[in-house]
Design a protein around this ligand. Structure first.
Ligand SMILES: O=c1ccn([C@H]2C[C@H](O)[C@@H](CO)O2)c(=O)[nH]1
Ligand SMILES: [Zn+2]
Length: 135
């Protein structure tokens, strides 16, 4: 499937506007294109108990997955950062599990971009094959 990254990034920017960030004031948006051609949005949703905060990347992938859209084509993430936004470690692990080779577009509002994948973002990532119960 040909991916319209400009459109995906525009969706991520729209999602970013919906972020709930009373604590950090740092808004992040994400958009994932699935095999059916649908786009699912994600934004960060914070909490007074800080560790409960949900990132935009996990929000978007969970929205798609919960809708039964488990085949991801591409993911865009955007924030108001000096360069392309850098996903947190938890999101890197989360993305690595569900879609290690998913094309990921990291961007900022000025549309400085970086194309990458979860595998590239999390070298030597922990995966289910590492678990004892598989041996
Ligand atoms: O890639 C990122 C980086 C940070 N955040 C969120 C978590 C928290 O709500 C805020 C500040 O870290 O930004 C994301 O959603 N995605
Ligand atoms: Zn994160």
């Amino acid at each position: 499937m040909m991916v319209d990254y400009q459109a995906l990034l525009a969706n991520a920017k729209t999602a970013r506007e919906r972020a709930y960030t009373p604590y950090s004031r740092f808004k992040v948006g994400a958009a994932v294109l699935t095999a059916s051609g649908q786009i699912f949005h994600g934004c960060n949703i914070e909490n007074a108990a800080y560790p409960v905060c949900l990132c935009a990347e996990r929000s978007a992938l969970a929205a798609a997955w919960s809708a039964g859209e488990i085949e991801f084509i591409a993911l865009a993430v955007v924030a108001d950062t000096p360069g392309p936004v850098a996903p947190c470690g938890m999101c890197r692990q989360f993305m690595f599990e569900l879609a290690p080779d998913l094309p990921v577009l990291l961007a900022n509002l000025a549309e400085q971009t970086q194309h990458t994948t979860p595998r590239e973002l999390l070298p030597s990532g922990f995966a289910s094959e590492s678990l004892n119960h598989n041996r």
